[in-house]
Design a protein around this ligand. Sequence first.
Ligand SMILES: [Zn+2]
Length: 322
Amino acid sequence: MTLLKFFIFLALFANAFSLEKNLNKGSIFFLTSDFHQEELDYTPVEIFNDISNQIYDELGIKEEVTLFIKKQSSGASFDNGSILTVPANFYILSQEVKSFKSNHHLKAIIAHEYGHALLSAKINQEITRSNFLFSSSKELSKKTIAMEELNIEKKSSQITRERKKEIRFLLAKQRFEASRLYKSILSHPDSERLLDIIPSYQELYADLISYLLLEKPTIMSEVLISKNSTDIEVEQSFARSFYMTNTDHSHKDPHSHLARTRQFLGAYIEKQNLNNETKKKILNTVTQAIIENLKLRLDNYELDGSLEKINQHLIDSISKKL
Ligand SMILES: [Zn+2]
């Protein structure tokens, strides 16, 4: 997701309940925006717990995140800092009809968003010039969480009028600081370039995590279609698969810019006996190739404007390491 969406994101959680739950791999603090406390749905938390455990066991990586759970939505997101926003009930909207998806599909979505957090941590670790982006984004996430806590307190019937007044002041202060942080990110000299080149690699990596976890090359395409989907929607969703990739739609959005690389990876993975070792090898290879390509493109504009060249360069980097 782009940084421009941060403010929209910040505004989404005005009324929330807060709960803490200890999960197997670290403590995850989560909030829900539109639930009533008595109908809290733990499903996404349990799914996240399963996913983070499976990724840690199979791929040896983990990252601490905060889950924001919405009652229902047709979208999910990672805020570039530490917050994953996921719905308890995910639906696809096609021809104005909502089609609710299964928990199996929700698993693929949560794995995808968690994948973003994992790659962000890796980019932050490997590319020093991206540190400002991720540290400021994490600070922004902290402010989002702090604002939620204040909003929760404000809703309580037991607080005094003075405290309510104080909360209003504290919320305004947090909003001001968040806006200052946001501006500082955008004014950084490397910001525009990083935000331009990172997203398509992020989407490839996040979809690869879902694929390796659920062992299905078409899993993200399945998630995105319903029986009401139009032909174009079906074609677009298949541009994200690692199987029958339609590259005609790849220019339209970063989710499918690396369609040719997906096709290449799908063909390679199909021939492998998928176990923890091969999964680790594939993911490490793709991660290293992504970091290498990002480092190269940070100051080099030669590949810009040609998805053909961008894909070929990434495929060459992956091939050399496989
Ligand atoms: Zn994504």
